[in-house]
Design a protein around this ligand. Sequence first.
Ligand SMILES: NC(=O)c1ccc[n+]([C@@H]2O[C@H](COP(=O)([O-])OP(=O)(O)OC[C@H]3O[C@@H](n4cnc5c(N)ncnc54)[C@H](OP(=O)(O)O)[C@@H]3O)[C@@H](O)[C@H]2O)c1
Length: 244
Amino acid sequence: MSGDVLITGASSGIGKQLALDYANAGSTVIACGQSEERLAALSQQNDNIRTLAFDVTDLAATQCAFDALSPLPKLIILNAGTCEYIEHGQIDSALFKRVFDVNLFGLLHCLEAMQDRFDDQTHLTFVGSTASYVPLPRAEAYGASKAALSYLAQTLSIDLAPRGVTVTLVSPGFVKTPLTDKNDFPMPMIVTPEVASEAIRTGIARKEKEVHFPKKFSLILKTISLLPLSIQQSVIRKMTGKAA
Ligand SMILES: NC(=O)c1ccc[n+]([C@@H]2O[C@H](COP(=O)([O-])OP(=O)(O)OC[C@H]3O[C@@H](n4cnc5c(N)ncnc54)[C@H](OP(=O)(O)O)[C@@H]3O)[C@@H](O)[C@H]2O)c1
């Protein structure tokens, strides 16, 4: 199987919109996800979309799926992710493991399965989150997994540069998808998957190191992250209604 763009987490939300937009623009897309049913429905929407169903938490399954790719797509968007919140600061290591297994180790499995075939045309894109910018209540597991992903993207960008491999880190604010439909709190400045896809594709086309959106929201969080931690935490408590 061959394609121009590989997208994990393409059976839903942001990844699905990216798959449709790249396919509508004429690129051949390898859309990955777990749900064969949703992937089949997606491929029926555009002949440019081919599908690969596997679980990114399973290294052997991930390796097997990517071994079917020849050649490796030049653009690889590692977007598969999940979100679970903890309650009242109660640590639940099983929950952390579930979140890290998809958001960090799933992404690492994809990289490990493909890395020997990267060349100087390979462009990697990691979908992180603005949640990694500041400490957000209940997001201990999700935010930590995305902070790890952010560090990984920034470091790999340096280490892979001699091979000509480029890396873009994407940090979305809130996007309306099945992932955020589960949230039970206000989501300021939430955008549609269409807006998210446009921002991501524009950033990738420019080979930007970092793509974050919506700008007003992400820049507010970036600014807060520059403040002393005690002030950051006080501002975040007020913003999220968690004032002591
Ligand atoms: N929505 C937001 O506000 C927001 C904000 C910041 C960052 N993000 C990040 O953006 C990415 C996409 O999120 P989304 O909002 O589009 O979520 P979504 O609609 O829930 O889609 C998540 C995608 O990840 C796939 N996935 C999850 N676990 C997987 C696994 N074990 N193996 C393979 N695929 C797996 C899902 O496939 P199946 O459904 O087939 O299992 C689905 O295609 C995530 O990394 C998320 O953290 C989202």
